[in-house]
Each structure stands twice: as C-alpha cells, then as structure tokens.
Design a protein around this ligand. Sequence first.
Ligand code: ADE
Length: 233
Amino acid sequence: MMHIDIISVVPGLLQSPFEHSIMKRAQTRGLLEVRVHNLRDFTPYKHGQVDDYQFGGGAGMVMMPEPLALAIEHLQKERTYDDIIFMTPDAPVLTQKTANTLSLRENLLIICGHYKGIDQRIRDHFVTREISIGDFVLSGGELAAAVLVDAIGRLIPGVLNDETSALSDSFQDDLLSHPVYTRPANFRGWTVPDILLCGDPKKVDAWRYEQALERTRERRPDLLDKEENTQPK
Ligand code: ADE
C-alpha cells in the first residue's frame, strides 16, 4: 500500500479530491492511503502562526522553518519517506515519466507552500524533490498536490481496470491520444470513422497511431523532437 502524507495550511482544500472515482477506488482497494495534516497543529508559536516577514524586506510572507521541520519530523517517526516533495512553481514541471517513477514509491510526503513560499533551509535540508505542475502560479500548493496525487495514484498497480488502462494514455509514449468515439455510430448525422467499425484490430491500431501522430504534430510538436517517437512501433 502506498502512503501519501500532505502538509498544508489549508487542509480543507484537500478534504474531498481523493474521495471520488478512481482515487476513492484506490483507497477502498487498500492500494493507497492519503492523509492531510494541518501545519498549524505543529507550530510552537502563538495563535497558530506559521509565516513571517522575509529577511531583506519585500512584499509577501514566508512560511517559517520551525513548524515545517516539526511537522516533517513528527511524520518521519511513523514512516520513512522515499521522497519529501515540495510543490512550487520554481521547479521542474511534472511529466508522465515523473508520475510513473513516483507511482512505484511506498511512502511520499508532500509539502504545500503558501504566500511567498517556504524558508529555503527546509528546501535545502528536508526536501528531496521539487515539482511544479505548470508555468503558472496558483495561490497555494494544495491544488498542485491534488494533481500530483491523482497522476500518481491512478498508476499504482491494481488501481485502474483494463478498460481504464494507463498504457494508452496521452504522454505514456510521448504522443497525444487518438480521438475516441462511442455509441451511437451516427449522432445527429455526425458519423464515426468507418475504420473503427471495420473489425480489423490491426487497421484500427494503425489508424489510431496515425491520428495520435497527427494530433501531436499539430498541438505539441515539441513532443516529437525525440526521433524514436516518429517510428511506428
Ligand atoms: N504552487 C503555486 N503554483 C504552483 C505550481 N504551478 N506548481 C506547483 N505548486 C505551485
């Protein structure tokens, strides 16, 4: 079973994202456990203080090192973490490859930042991996953490059934997904491509591959830079 602990100053934001659909299934099948911890429960300061002005001046508060260190060390008494991850926009952007790697871990701890960020010393001495979910700034790391947990959780062996297999996802082979269709074959006069109804799985696979390649060329040519991705498998 994979354990994911999340440290947050707004734990309410993470109350329900994992209680639905595939993340819920992962948890009810005993394959994943997600726990959200309130950073304020660990602060030694008055009134639940967790942030302060930054040295050197400048707008925006910084999350203090002591509450974070105490929270991390408290959780480390119970588990040894394979990675302590900090969600932050100034980090490498999450890729399917990273999600694949992390889905094989046993225990992960995710720290959500707020305000101007967290004291650099926590990043230097506790954090082992920093992840951004894209080149935009969210108001806090919670939604980014939810994205990360979802991307990882669905890859844990046994979470997805055959019909939702992750193997044919966009990005799993650096190509975007091909178009998909379901019943009815004729919807308001808009018909499904004939080849999908021909019953020849080889032809269907070839068509899907061409479509995936075409879509990738149009929308994400950067993904095709690696030469191997233009060679049919
Ligand atoms: N916190 C704020 N913005 C973020 C982003 N883009 N990715 C990860 N964490 C964040």
